[in-house]
Design a protein around this ligand. Structure first.
Ligand code: SF4
Ligand code: SF4
Length: 308
C-alpha cells in the first residue's frame, strides 16, 4: 500500500481550528517542513508572533488594505455589526463570529482567522508536500499550543507515522502531562521553548507560572524523548545578562548541552490591527544576528552549545 492510499483509508473523527499551514518552512525543525498552526494557546507571551492563534475560538480578521469599499459586508451581516461610511467599520462587540460577511467579501479583506479541519482534510493538505520533505524534513505541529489539541493529534500522529513522516512539535511546555505523554512518545522531535526561568519574570512576560513547564521538560528528558530547547531572545524582555545566565544554568542542571536561540522579529505587530484584541505592540526592535551572537557567549561560557 502506498502512502496516499493509507491516508484515504483513514476514518475521520476529530476536528481542529487551524490558522495556517505554512509550506516549505525551514525554521521549524530539520529539513523542509510543512508547519501546522493550531488555534488556541494558554500563554500570552508579550511578543507572540502569531496573535491570531491565541484565542481558542475563531474570530474575524479584517485586512483593510485589501478592502475595495463595495459595502457588501454591511448587507450580509445578520447582526448589523458592520456600518459603512465610505469604508466598513466593524463593531466587534456585536460580531457573533458567523462569518457571513466573509462569504460575500470579493477581495478577502474579511476572513475567519482559522479554518476547521478534520484529520483527513489536514493530511490531504500535508501529503501535497510529501515529495519535498526528503529524508530530514516533515511536518511540524505548532500554534498556538498544539499539545492542547490532544484528541485531534492522537488521531493525526498515527497517520503521519504510518507514512514515515518525521513529526516535530513546537510547544510552550504548558500542558497536561497525562494527556501529552502518549502523544509525545510518538513524535520525532520536541522543540521546547523556554521564555524565562526567573519565576516572576516568566509570569510577567507570559501570564503564567513556569513550574508546570519545568516539570514537563524534566519528564520529557526523563522519558528520553528527542528534544531541542529553544529560547526566543527578546530585547528588553528576557535578554538581560542575568536572565540568560540563569537560563544557561537551568539548561545545564537539566543535563542538556545545547540551546537554539531564536532572534526576535517585530513583523507580528502588523497583524494586531486586523484583530480584535487588547494586545499592544511591544515596541522592541528586532534583534540583529550580531547582537544575538553576543548573547550566545553567555551560554557558551556556561558550556552550552548554541544553535541558530
Ligand atoms: S465586502 Fe469586503 S471589500 Fe467590500 S466593503 Fe466589506 S470588507 Fe470591503
Ligand atoms: S506560547 Fe507561543 S503561541 Fe503561546 S503566547 Fe507564547 S509565543 Fe504565542
Amino acid at each position: 500500500m502506498n502512502r496516499k492510499q493509507e491516508t484515504i483509508n483513514h476514518k475521520p473523527v476529530a476536528t481542529a481550528l487551524i490558522c495556517n499551514i505554512q509550506r516549505f518552512s525551514v525554521h521549524d525543525g530539520p529539513g523542509i517542513r510543512s508547519t501546522v498552526f493550531f488555534k488556541g494557546c494558554n500563554l500570552r507571551c508579550l511578543w507572540c508572533q502569531n496573535p491570531e492563534a491565541l484565542k481558542f475560538e475563531n474570530e474575524l480578521v479584517f485586512s483593510e488594505e485589501r478592502c475595495i469599499s463595495c459595502g457588501e459586508c454591511v448587507k450580509a451581516c445578520p447582526n448589523s455589526a458592520i456600518s459603512f461610511n465610505g469604508r466598513p467599520s466593524i463593531n466587534r462587540e456585536s460580531c457573533k463570529g458567523q462569518f457571513a460577511c466573509t462569504l460575500v467579501c470579493p477581495s478577502k479583506a474579511l476572513e475567519p482567522a482559522a479554518k476547521q479541519y478534520s484529520v483527513t482534510e489536514l493530511v490531504t493538505e500535508l501529503f501535497k508536500d510529501i515529495d519535498y520533505y526528503g529524508p530530514e524534513g516533515g511536518v511540524t505541529l505548532s500554534g498556538g499550543e498544539p499539545m492542547l489539541k490532544s484528541v485531534f493529534i492522537k488521531e493525526l500522529l498515527p497517520v503521519l507515522k504510518e507514512n514515515k513522516i518525521h513529526v516535530a512539535v513546537e510547544t510552550s511546555g504548558y500542558f497536561d502531562w497525562e494527556k501529552a505523554e502518549p502523544l509525545l512518545s510518538m513524535v520525532d522531535l520536541v522543540l521546547f521553548d523556554i521564555k524565562a526561568v526567573t519565576k516572576k519574570l516568566h509570569e510577567r512576560l507570559t501570564g503564567r507560572d513556569n513550574g508546570l513547564i519545568h516539570d514537563n521538560l524534566g519528564k520529557i528528558i526523563g522519558a528520553g524523548i528527542p528534544r531541542r530547547i529553544r529560547m526566543p531572545v527578546v530585547p528588553g524582555m528576557n535578554d538581560s545578562d542575568e536572565e540568560l545566565e540563569a537560563v544557561a544554568l537551568f539548561i545545564k542542571n537539566a543535563g542538556e548541552s545545547s540551546v537554539n536561540l531564536l532572534p526576535y522579529h517585530r513583523m507580528w505587530e502588523n497583524k494586531l490591527k486586523k484583530l480584535h484584541d487588547t494586545i499592544k505592540p511591544l515596541g522592541a526592535s528586532s534583534l540583529s544576528e550580531e547582537a544575538l551572537g553576543e548573547k550566545a557567549e553567555i551560554f557558551r561560557k556556561n558550556g552550552i552549545e548554541v544553535i541558530f
